[in-house]
Write a protein that binds this ligand. Structure first.
Ligand code: G1P
Length: 301
């Protein structure tokens, strides 16, 4: 069955980005002139997703407003001949993509957030995209599209991973491939970029030194609908939250789950430095601003 739907959990509080996120949802923090969330929606659409399910919270109505048609704004821009701005506003929702908003009643962790979308997803396979994570595929193909194709061809769940510094494994879900973990330098040989390999284990935020692997889960997943059954029976884990990683570990006991090693790079836009890094990376090759940006960098260095 084709993967048409994607869940984007956007109910989180964004405490890492205070004070900016006191009134503004972290997902609407801009990278240059576009909210982080819009990049992630565009990534999903480019990979063939046609239904975006945003799991949100009543305290964040601006997210729904960003994706709603604003007829007054559009007619004002049209009347004033601001065609370029009008095109930007009209292009916020990618063509052929529908949006569904699901309200999350309680903040109980990522696994709980994903389970809130169960009714909308039904018995179809689906993708999950964490909007804190901005994937930069530069001129390469789309990592998410490759994951979706691989799932559709093999029926095996796909979890995107990248190597992180061994001192930072306690900030991520960490995937083990088995024997190769004994030497971190072997990872590149065992799992080259854009390849998938069966995972042996997955654990949420292990202590530094507890695991041999440094392959971290970086916010893109493709699952069969059966994941919801495992989520329903997942008890609170790390940080007292219902963890998506724990449900994946249960799924792994019954069917194949693969780690997909990404080709691109990620920026953690839930953090101030990550967002700054994304801004630098995207500004450098922005069609409109790259020249001005380069001049500014020289001026301020
Ligand atoms: C979540 C997931 C974790 C994953 C991370 C990627 O953690 O639980 O497995 O590695 O996203 O960003 P969070 O960053 O929400 O604590």
């Amino acid at each position: 069955m084709n993967v048409r739907k994607a869940i984007l959990p956007v109910a989180g509080m964004g405490t890492r980005f205070l004070p900016a996120t006191k009134a503004i949802p972290k997902e609407l923090i801009p990278v240059i002139d576009k909210p982080v969330l819009q990049y992630v929606v565009e990534e999903a659409a480019a990979a063939g997703i046609t239904e975006i399910v945003l799991v949100t919270h009543t305290s964040k109505p601006a997210i729904e407003r960003h994706f709603a048609v604003d007829a007054d704004l559009e007619s004002d821009l049209r009347r004033r001949g601001k065609d370029e701005l009008l095109a930007l506003v009209e292009g916020i929702c990618p063509a052929g993509v529908s949006f569904t908003f699901v309200l999350q009643d309680r903040v109980l962790g990522l696994g709980y957030a994903v389970s809130c979308a169960r009714e909308v997803i039904g018995d179809e396979p689906f993708a999950v995209l964490l909007p804190d994570v901005l994937v930069d595929n530069r001129e390469l193909g789309s990592d998410l599209a490759t994951m979706i194709h691989r799932f559709q061809a093999s029926g095996k769940s796909q979890v995107m991973v990248e190597e992180v510094d061994a001192q930072r494994v306690d900030q991520y879900g960490i995937v083990s491939l088995g024997a190769s973990d004994h030497s971190l330098s072997e990872v590149s040989r065992v799992l080259a970029p854009s390849m998938s390999a069966d995972m042996k284990a997955i654990v949420e935020k292990p202590s530094v030194g507890e695991v041999r692997s440094n392959l971290a889960v970086v916010g893109r997943y493709v699952f069969p609908a059966s994941l919801f059954d495992y989520l329903a029976s997942t008890s609170p884990g790390a940080d007292g939250e219902i963890q998506l990683t724990d449900a994946v570990a249960s799924l792994l006991q019954h069917s194949s789950v693969q780690a997909y090693r990404m080709e691109g790079v990620t920026y953690d836009c839930g953090s101030k430095v990550g967002c700054f890094q994304a801004t630098l990376a995207f500004a450098r090759r922005h069609p409109q601003f790259s020249a001005e940006f380069s001049a500014l960098i020289t001026q301020y260095q």
